[in-house]
Every structure is written in structure tokens, then in C-alpha cells.
Design a protein around this ligand. Sequence first.
Ligand code: B30
Ligand code: ZN
Length: 264
Amino acid sequence: AGSSWNYSSPESWSRKYPACGGRRQSPINIDTSEAESTWLLERFTKSLFSEEPENMTLKNNGHSIQVDLTGGFVIDNMRLLFDRYKAVQFHVHWAKSNGKGSEHTINDKRYWGELHIVLYNTDYEDFESAVSKSDGLAVLAFFIYGDFSFKNSGFDKITEEISDGNAKYEGESVEISPFAIDDLLQYTFLKSYYRYLGSLTTPPCYESVTWTVFEDPIYISRSQARVFEEIVYENERGHHHEHLYNNYRPVQPLNGRTVYTIDS
Ligand code: B30
Ligand code: ZN
């Protein structure tokens, strides 16, 4: 246990992982007044994740809570992404109590958290061959609004397992009953979104991701958020449990990249 990188000094990641110092890094601040609308980008009009994957494995990998998917389905309607993509996992970045833990910011606003659904381009044989290619991955990002008394019952499927002690500590994992990822999304994918070329937000920071960041947040209730805020990892010396919250990377320079959005 114990990862070779952590969130206490993200500015030093590039020493061991040179791509982290590149010019196409993520996350970014999205300045909505600078976003270029184009008729080439269309709204998503139907849900992308209504099917249940064959298997779902919830795990604490020491830097996030992640759900690995098997028997993932192919998505061929990614809006201006003409390739076909397969979802392999989703995971969450979050804050400590009532804090701000999203990775992207929108007009400098940071939400409590951010959900990432990770897909690879099926032109490549598998995720491992795609992960470092410039057109290899697509990540769908949803802000999570966490100061809310409304409940997103979709998150119960994850928070109940964590409360039961099944992924609270680094290295723990558990098979969960498969559910459609749509259960988490509250149809926010029907609204506006931003599209730009970026990277993995963690080492090795490969510049391989086409990002789609949805404008409307999904919700998590305060009691569900509290379950995430209790999750821990082991520090470098092992055995010392520290909270995983604030597992977000600071925003990176745009370096002249264009952020696109749909025509409204
Ligand atoms: S993100 O969506 O940009 N936050 C990876 C995928 C998506 C993002 C970041 C990283 C990724 O696949 N990293 C390499 C694989 N990981 C294992 C893992 O499943 O999650 C290796 C590792 O770091 O040690 Cu984390
Ligand atoms: Zn992520």
C-alpha cells in the first residue's frame, strides 16, 4: 500500500511523471464567456448509461473511490466524437465537510465533488493500449453539489457499501450488484456541456483525454457526502490512516486551448 504520489504536492508530480508538466493538462477552469459555441456540438438527447454492466467492483485505490465495470457497453453517440467508446470505470473526487473538492471549476466556482466516467476509444484493443494515445480516452465529468438536503438515491448503492466497511480503507474492494450509471446522473446530461482536449488528472497525466464537462451538477445529500468524507488511505509509511478527501488537482493553464460548447 501507499502510492508513489499524493495530493500534498501536485506541483512535484512532473519530476517523476514528465507528462504532468505538459501543455495539455487537466483539470482547467472553464470560463463560460470564453467558450466557443459551435453548431457541430449537439445536446445529448438520450441517456448513455441506461444498461446495467455485467459486473461492478467498488474499490478504494488509495486516491479515489472507484467502480470498475466489466461487460461494458459500447457508446457510439458521443457528440462530435466519431469513434466508439467503452466505459471501464467511474470514480469520484471530493472535499471534506462542506468544502470544495471538484477538479474542474466553472467561472472559478468549485463544487463539493466531481464524478468521472472513464471510457476508451475502441479503435484501440483495450484500455491499456488507449490510455497514452492522444485520442485514446474520453472522460465524462459531472459536478457534484454537496450542500444539499435532497438525496440522490443512486449514491446509496455506493455509500451503503462504504458504511458497511467494504471500501473505507485503501486496498479494500467488493463486488456490488450492478446498477445503471444513469441512476447517479439525474438527467443532467440533457443540458449544456463543455468539450476540450486534456489529460488524466493524476499521474502519469497522459495527454490522452477528450473531456466533456456537464454544466448542471448532480446532487449528493449531506449524509451521503459525510460517508465519503470518512474514507481513508494509508500514507507513505503505511498504516497511518489519513482522509482521502480533497483528492483534486489544482487547475492547469489553458495554454491557448479552445473550450467548445453547444449552441444554445
Ligand atoms: S481522471 O478521470 O483524469 N481523474 C486514470 C483514469 C482517469 C483519470 C485518472 C487516471 C487511470 O487510468 N490511471 C492509471 C490507472 N491507475 C489505476 C486506477 O485504476 O486508478 C493506476 C494508478 O493510479 O496507480 Cu489510479
Ligand atoms: Zn478523475
